[in-house]
Design a protein around this ligand. Structure first.
Ligand code: 4NP
Length: 153
């Protein structure tokens, strides 16, 4: 992604109410601390929660670490995202497979798995806390991945 001052990164999960909005908020806060200029957003492959704020228990866990998710609104991934963003970061293999299937001709965005930025964790996906109920564990992993991502760009 050389040549662009502000890198544009989209985080993608299934519902856009737990993992990807958390990844967006955590990465934004870490980037601000490092005075890095990034254009960040998140979206879901599914459309069930479009227009809704992040899941309540996710917001609560994030807020206890200083991340405010309250103003985010779920949206679905669109074809335009594949040229609007430099990098699209998936939370798990299913998200990545769905993104590859949705990717239009002429797409310019690179696709990546968030956990690939934190190999030291041994994780190969961010488990969905909507199902595991481990919101703090998800945030721990997201923080490691965000640190690794920022170290690489
Ligand atoms: P997320 O979690 O992908 O991390 O936002 C989900 C939340 C809700 C649903 C799926 C995933 N759902 O099907 O309702």
């Amino acid at each position: 992604m050389p040549g662009r001052m502000t890198q544009r990164i989209l985080f993608v999960c299934l519902g856009n109410i737990c993992r990807s909005p958390s990844a967006e908020a955590v990465t934004r806060q870490m980037a601000e601390t490092r005075a890095m200029s990034l254009d960040l957003d998140s979206a879901g492959t599914g459309n069930w929660h479009v227009g809704k704020a992040p899941y309540g228990a996710m917001q609560t866990a994030a807020r206890s670490r200083g991340y405010d998710l309250s103003r985010l609104k779920a949206r679905q991934v669109s074809r335009g995202d594949f040229t609007r963003f430099d990098l699209i970061v998936a939370m798990d293999a299913e998200n990545l497979a769905d993104l590859k299937r949705l990717r239009p001709q002429g797409a310019t965005a690179r696709l990546a798995l968030f956990t690939d930025f934190a190999p030291q964790t041994g994780a190969d996906h961010v488990p969905d806390p909507y199902y595991t109920r481990d919101f703090d564990g998800a945030l721990d992993l997201i923080e490691h991945c965000a640190q690794g991502l920022l170290a690489q760009i």
